[in-house]
Every structure is written in structure tokens, then in C-alpha cells.
Design a protein around this ligand. Structure first.
Ligand SMILES: [Zn+2]
Length: 247
């Protein structure tokens, strides 16, 4: 039996997994990652296509089964860019969609080294996928760049990720962070610098390729006006996806 490693905390519960020398992480079973026929672990999935659509092929026994991908909407922004203010308004303007704030689970099963958030990004996509399986389209709100999501194993579960970046001027972002109550610890110079740095990088990515990241500037827009515009963008993308599927 290997040593137990802390993997997460929810309320008063602490969760551990056991690492053994021979088998590495002994993971809990997760639907799509296990072959229906031979029971082997099939992550990352090997995909193929036949007349009926997308197929996942087990690399161990070659068993083939249908593989459904879902569209996903991703709204990114660093602290002070306007995410938290927007979320309740987006829920109001997007009935029929699930609007989920990724930071609600930022502590959950995070296994990364300091500064390496790849396992967290993958975990966010896993949660988005589990929600998408229930039917309603998912709008996920969390701080990540498109290339970080593209590098995740769970990216394979999504046919597309429509990506919108919340940006604002450095002055506005700095002011919002300094205006927060002290308990949020948002006034530290390093925190402000890293939050503003994310916004500048997001702007750069969006300016280089607006098809990869649509930018929305919250500097002077009211939260209500931003929410209406972003909800309209989500619905436009949905209509586009429907047209593409119908084509
Ligand atoms: Zn198999």
C-alpha cells in the first residue's frame, strides 16, 4: 500500500488518493475513460469517424463505441475584469443555459505544482462535460487561456469552445481590486500585477486572432449592458452551431 496523498477538501471532508509504486495514481472510475468491453483505462481517447459519426476506439481491445462531443462556451477574465458581477446577470439573460463559475471548485483535486494549473484546467473541463451530458448548453466562467484548455485531455469531449475574454483598462482593474474589502486580499501589489498581466495577455491573444478569442471590454460598460451583449454572443454561437450541425 502506498502513501496517501491529499487531493482536495470540500467542507469538513478531506479527500486522499493512494499512490503505489507499481500502479501510480489509483484513480476512481470515471465513465468515458474506461472501455465498456475490456475495462481498461482509455485516456486520452483515440477517436475515429465512421458513417454514424465520431467513434472512440479502445487501444487495448479495439472496441468501438459512439463518442458524443458537446459545444462549450468559455468566459475568461482575471480578478477585477468583471466576472463575478456578470454571473447572476448572465443567468437571467441566458435561460436554458447552465452558467457555472469555475472558481466554485478551484480547490478540488488540484494536483499541480505551484504555478502549474494544468490539472485544474482539466478538472474544470471534466465538470463542464458532466454538466453538458445532462443536455443544456454550458457557459463556463473561469480564468484560463484557450491554449491551456486545448492542452487538456478533456478537450476531446467538446466539439468547439467559443471563447470570450473579459478585459478592461489597467486603471479600472486596479481600482476595482483596491475597492474590494480587505478580507479578499486583492490589494497586494503582486496580486494586482498578475491580474492585470492576465488581462494584457488576453487582449494580445484576442487582437492576434479574434476568431480564437472575442474580447469584451468592461471598462465603461455597465454590468447589465455587458451581460446583454455577452448573452447575445452566446446565442449567436448556438445558432451558428445549429446551422453547422444541420449543414
Ligand atoms: Zn477495450
Amino acid at each position: 500500500m502506498g502513501k496517501k496523498h491529499f487531493v482536495g477538501k470540500a467542507g469538513n471532508m478531506h479527500y486522499f488518493e493512494r499512490r503505489t509504486r507499481d500502479t501510480g495514481w489509483k484513480r476512481r472510475a470515471h465513465g468515458m475513460a474506461i472501455c465498456t468491453s475490456c475495462g481498461e483505462w482509455t485516456e486520452p481517447p483515440v477517436l475515429d469517424r465512421d458513417d454514424g459519426g465520431l467513434i472512440v476506439v479502445c487501444p487495448h481491445c479495439q472496441y468501438r463505441e459512439p463518442f458524443t462531443q458537446y459545444p462549450l462556451w468559455w468566459i475568461a477574465g482575471s480578478p477585477g475584469a468583471g466576472k463575478t458581477t456578470l454571473i447572476p446577470l448572465l443567468r437571467r439573460y441566458l435561460p436554458g443555459y447552465i452558467v457555472f463559475e469555475g472558481e466554485a471548485i478551484d480547490f478540488w483535486r488540484f494536483e499541480g505544482e505551484p504555478g502549474d494549473y494544468s490539472s485544474l484546467h482539466n478538472q474544470w473541463l471534466k465538470v463542464a462535460y458532466e454538466i453538458a451530458l445532462n443536455g443544456p448548453p454550458v457557459v463556463f466562467i473561469a480564468t484560463a487561456f484557450p491554449d491551456q484548455l486545448d492542452a487538456c485531455t478533456m478537450r476531446s469531449r467538446f466539439s468547439s469552445i467559443a471563447y470570450l475574454g473579459l478585459v478592461c483598462s489597467e486603471d479600472a482593474q486596479r481600482r476595482r481590486l483596491l475597492d474590494r474589502p480587505a478580507w479578499r486580499k486583492s490589494a497586494a501589489p503582486e496580486f494586482i500585477a498578475s491580474s492585470c498581466g492576465f488581462t494584457r495577455r488576453l487582449e494580445e491573444v484576442g487582437r492576434q486572432d479574434s476568431s480564437a478569442v472575442v474580447l469584451h471590454d468592461t471598462t465603461t460598460s455597465t454590468p447589465d449592458a455587458s451581460a446583454r451583449l455577452i448573452a447575445a454572443w452566446v446565442r449567436d454561437q448556438s445558432a451558428h452551431n445549429s446551422r453547422t450541425r444541420g449543414a
